[in-house]
Design a protein around this ligand. Sequence first.
Ligand code: HEM
Length: 462
Amino acid sequence: MSAAVVEEPGEGPSRSGLPPGPEARSGRLRQRLQQVGLLLDPLGTVAGRFARYGDLYHVASDDGGLWVARHPEHLREVLVTRASSYSKKHTGLRQLARVLGDGLLTSDGASWQRQRRMVQPAFGRARMEGYARVMTEEARAACGAWRPGERLELSHAMMELTLRVVARTLFGHDATGDIQAVSRAMKTFQAELSRPELLPPWVPSPGRWSLRRATETLDGVIRGMIAKRRGQRRDAEAPDLLGILLDARDTEGDGEGLTGTELRDQLVTLFLAGHETTSHALSWTFYLLSQNPSAERALHDELSQVLGGRAPTLSDLDALPYTEQVLKESLRLFPPVYLVIRQAVEETVLGGYRVPAGAEVALWVYHTHRDPRWYPDHGSYRPERFARGEEEKLPRMAWVPFGAGPRACIGRAFAMMEARLLLATIAQRYRLALVPGHAVEPLPRITLVPRHGLPMVPTPRA
Ligand code: HEM
């Protein structure tokens, strides 16, 4: 590999050539098959490649090549300092856009900026108190329905709970009647959207058929939500997210309004992005606590001392630092968004190498979070890593479960508040034990999910 240094005005030294990487497979089909091979064990394959080639490697392909990174400084270059050189319209996201359309998560440029401005007020501080009340109420109702000693599928239970929370807080909607349909649709999206497209787009297949059905189901739920709200009086003082978007729909024509498709895309995006990730964060947390009794004990002690059995409120959260550390450590080991991808829209520089326009860059958050350089004994669950005074020692961008830069998660504060309130409410009432002998393994799909689910048994705490 050539490593000659060339000067580039204003950019500092940049190396010519490409970073090291695996041999290129010639031909599109062979490349696709290579991807399928990768899909059998992506976490292991990528870890092996980082070990072999270093922090930044390159996989050649006919469509511009893939750059793969894990170093916090590389993540910063792509997401923060050179963010404007990249777009979100990469191959994987184009798949996701088949369901999400062109909402906040998938759009770019001026359209994204306008959408972000429009949605932001729904996540303002003023709204959080009301959201917090709904969150604890839903958590109490959910675990109130569990039967002590009876096995439950925790990932389903958490999905149902976070779906109900997002529906009530952001859309003022009771999702009871939609849970089964949305859960089935989510399963289809997870299965169909994370596999590479081997067939040309016009070839019908059972996968494509079920994807269309699942999208129609979701659209039906969203249409129902809109129709119900249209029949109600609007709260002009403090509209919720659905109210904000419906008002924007009604002002279409003055340049700032939303078309019907834009409204649909935004609602689907926030409905899905607003519950799926948080539910996995909680499921992984209860699993990790079940495997780490000393962390579980420390959590229970904090909850007993601060809350003494009562429901947590927003103002309790500052007094629950260990609860937050527990969640941060779970998000480190099992980040629901384990991989962030971008496509270069212009020639740029990464790690000193020139990246051509059109190249895709994959940032493996999962591997950044499991790097022993930043996290000694990286496989162990140690919430103390995030204690005050310790967390500050981590390199910048070594913990990025919510992304970074202009496209960082808009729901971060909402999600961290929700996760703490739900965890504090449930863990006060129950211990959850994994069904003995059940194998737990992370499966990287659209998000990082437990491959064989998480069957757990709740036992009431004394
Ligand atoms: C633990 C829970 C969550 C995690 C781990 C998470 C993670 C992320 C990450 C990593 C990104 C950036 C993706 C990228 O740069 O390509 C993102 C973006 C986004 N998230 Fe979250 N998220 C969570 C919860 C939420 C919630 C609760 C909502 C909404 C209620 C939400 C809505 C969004 C939206 C709309 C975007 C796109 C923002 C933009 O591009 O402007 N997320 N999330």
